[in-house]
Design a protein. Structure first.
Length: 137
């Protein structure tokens, strides 16, 4: 793995949290993006090398909506950048981690993403991500 690419934070209201995090960081978010397949609206802040991804649910069945219902707002996942998501998933599978989607899917911010089940990672939902335009070997 290359680095912590971003930390995902589940929020009830993107507007309210955009305001809050702008004040916290002293800098505005740099983009908003919807991921239709995930029923989620996202907002990104950049802090040095790491990003903060705010996630707001847009549908009753979204993972973020369910997460907030169960646990309230807060850290939802940690995303690690990898250079080859396919081989990294293979490696982690062989190490015994539970992969939620072995087929990488398109996430926000031009990324291919795979998730690891929190019960295999000490309660932390882990996202692996790879820039879509980066080389795939
Ligand atoms: Zn993420």
């Amino acid at each position: 793995m290359l680095r912590v690419e971003h930390i995902g934070v589940a929020v009830k209201s993107l507007e309210n949290s955009n305001n809050l995090f702008s004040k916290l960081f002293g800098e505005d978010h740099y983009k908003e993006e919807s991921v239709e397949g995930e029923q989620v609206r996202t907002s990104f802040f950049k802090i040095g090398e790491t990003k903060i991804e705010l996630l707001e649910s847009t549908g009753p069945d979204s993972a973020i909506g369910k997460f907030i219902e169960k646990r309230g707002e807060g850290i939802h996942h940690i995303a690690y950048e990898v250079s080859n998501i396919v081989s990294e998933v293979e490696r982690l599978k062989n190490e015994g981690f539970i992969i939620l989607n072995e087929e990488p899917k398109k996430g926000a911010d031009n990324k291919l993403v795979c998730f690891l089940h929190p019960k295999s990672t000490n309660g932390i939902l882990v996202e692996l991500c790879q820039e879509i335009n980066a080389s795939f070997d």
